[in-house]
Design a protein around this ligand. Structure first.
Ligand code: UDP
Length: 483
């Protein structure tokens, strides 16, 4: 049977950092002839229509790549911004509306006479409610965890942490230095890993047990299905991957996905940003010399206090370097104050500020020297793929894990937070200067280029990620059992 006959449903969790890698994977499969139904929440679909424009192929779909939507279970007037993200997680985790809608959608797709029936669902590993629904049908599920392997290894041990009585950690415990407890009993983590390096939900209190529980359940789902897709590459996270493999034998490691997409000439070029991209950023970067710009972006969900924003601002200004700084509309928590005129005057010759950019293109730009990032996994890996060293300011979830790896294990980054996890302008200035001009910075830059080379080898024909993708295609196409 031709691969075209195979119809795969791709369903990401409704957040930018999940939608982008799932879109890349869906586009790769489409380029191999798979028919794709991509499921969005209604809100995100509308959001993309606004940011991409009504004429975008994203809206209408293209030959063999279709979009479907389900409600997210939140009331219409919920803003669904960074602050409301926990509401969204709760609504998707426990609401009946998304469940019923997904069930109806799968029924419709299975009964469809104008498209081949679906054979597999590639499901965001953190959408536990969707696992329950898909299990009701005779369809194979391939969980896709969009975090790093080192973070997934942490999630796989959340249960044991609960059993050991190590969390949930109340605020009191966190302040008692418990986060410095070594976790040497989790094989595969880097030497010297501590509790604070595990995905941050362990810092939750009793009220937030939901975040711990859904990660425990999602890890169990992946173990049960014996299969897991990860956006990483073998040489980057070898030890963590080996350990995950001992629990989940069918590991598919296809990262960095943007590089794997670059290898496919016939891939569709549409993008998946929920926010409107400011293309002036790229024009501004075109005016800059090679390796002269610090790129600053905290992803789609991290927030800052106004004081932190000010410290970053003056640290960047005082470093005297060129910088492109993305300040999302809801980046600053509950504050309407804007950056001072004094600051704007100071940086007007060397700073560019925008609300959102096309990051995959920005990190490829020859003018970018360093990425000051919140260490979301996509941002981290996009940076690795382009050989850009990172300055780390982790916010939540797997970001502290990724930050620790960038700094301790891969040697491609420096941390910017102080002992209390806060940021000071002097530290920003010092770290930026070191990364741009210093001796330690030089070593880090060399190491970042080594990883870039490894990432390129992995995604080229015959490389580990390329081979792993071909294996996934085989499983999806031939109905070959993963085992
Ligand atoms: N991104 C982008 N433009 C921006 C900020 C982010 O295109 O201005 C993309 C970025 O390339 C990445 C995703 O959004 O693919 C963010 O995912 P990540 O895992 O880095 O962080 P999250 O938003 O999930 O915290």
């Amino acid at each position: 049977m031709e691969p075209k006959q195979h119809h795969v449903v791709c369903f990401p969790a409704p957040a930018q950092g999940h939608i982008n890698p799932m879109t890349n994977l869906a586009k790769l499969l489409h380029s191999k002839g798979f028919l794709i139904t991509f499921v969005h929440t209604e809100f995100n679909f509308d959001q993309q229509a606004i940011s991409r424009g009504q004429d975008s192929p994203f809206i209408h779909g293209i030959n063999g790549f279709y979009f479907e939507t389900i409600p997210d279970g939140l009331p219409k007037d919920n803003k669904r911004g960074a602050k409301e993200h926990p509401d969204l997680c709760r609504a998707m985790a426990s609401g009946e509306e998304p469940k019923n809608a997904l069930r109806s959608l799968l029924r419709k797709l299975l009964a469809s006479s104008d498209k081949p029936p679906i054979t597999s669902v590639i499901l965001d590993a953190q959408l536990n409610f969707a696992f329950e629904v898909v299990k009701e049908f005779d369809i194979r599920v391939f969980p896709f965890h969009t975090a790093s392997a080192c973070a997934v290894l942490g999630y796989l041990h959340y249960n044991e942490l609960v059993n050991k009585g190590l969390f949930p950690l109340s605020g009191k415990n966190v302040n008692n230095g418990i986060l410095d407890t070594p976790v040497d009993w989790i094989p595969g983590l880097f030497k010297g890993a501590k509790l604070k390096h595990l995905p941050s939900f362990i810092r939750s209190d009793e009220d937030e047990m939901m975040f711990i529980n859904y990660n425990i359940v999602s890890a169990e789902n992946a173990v049960d299905s014996r299969t897991l897709i990860l956006n990483t590459f073998d040489d980057l996270e070898y030890n963590a991957l080996q350990q995950i493999k001992s629990k989940i034998p069918n590991l598919v490691t296809i990262g960095p996905l943007p590089l794997l997409c670059d290898q496919q000439p016939q891939i569709q070029q549409f993008r998946s940003n929920l926010f409107t991209e400011d293309s002036n950023c790229l024009n501004w970067l075109d005016q800059r010399s090679p390796k002269s710009v610090i790129y600053v972006n905290y992803g789609s969900l991290a927030t800052l206090t106004y004081d932190q924003l000010t410290e970053f601002a003056w640290g960047l200004a005082n470093s005297n370097q060129y910088f492109l700084w993305i300040i999302r509309e809801d980046l600053v928590n509950g504050e309407t104050r804007v950056l001072s005129k004094e600051f704007m005057d100071e940086i007007k010759e060397r700073g560019m500020i925008a609300r959102w950019c096309r990051q995959e293109t920005v990190v490829k730009h020859p003018s970018i020297a360093v990425f000051l990032t919140h260490c979301g996994w996509n941002s981290t890996l996009e940076s690795v793929g382009e050989g850009i060293p990172v300055i780390c300011w982790p916010f939540f979830a797997d970001q502290s894990t990724n930050c620790a790896y960038a700094f301790e294990e891969w040697g491609i980054g420096m941390e910017i937070g102080d002992e209390d996890g806060d940021v000071k302008r002097t530290r920003v200035e010092i770290v930026v200067r070191e990364m741009m001009e210093g001796e330690i910075g030089e070593k880090i830059r060399v190491r970042a280029l080594e990883l870039k080379n490894m990432a390129r080898i992995a995604t080229r024909f015959g490389g580990s990620s390329c081979n792993s993708f071909e294996e996934l295609v085989k499983w999806l196409t031939l109905g070959v059992s993963c085992d």
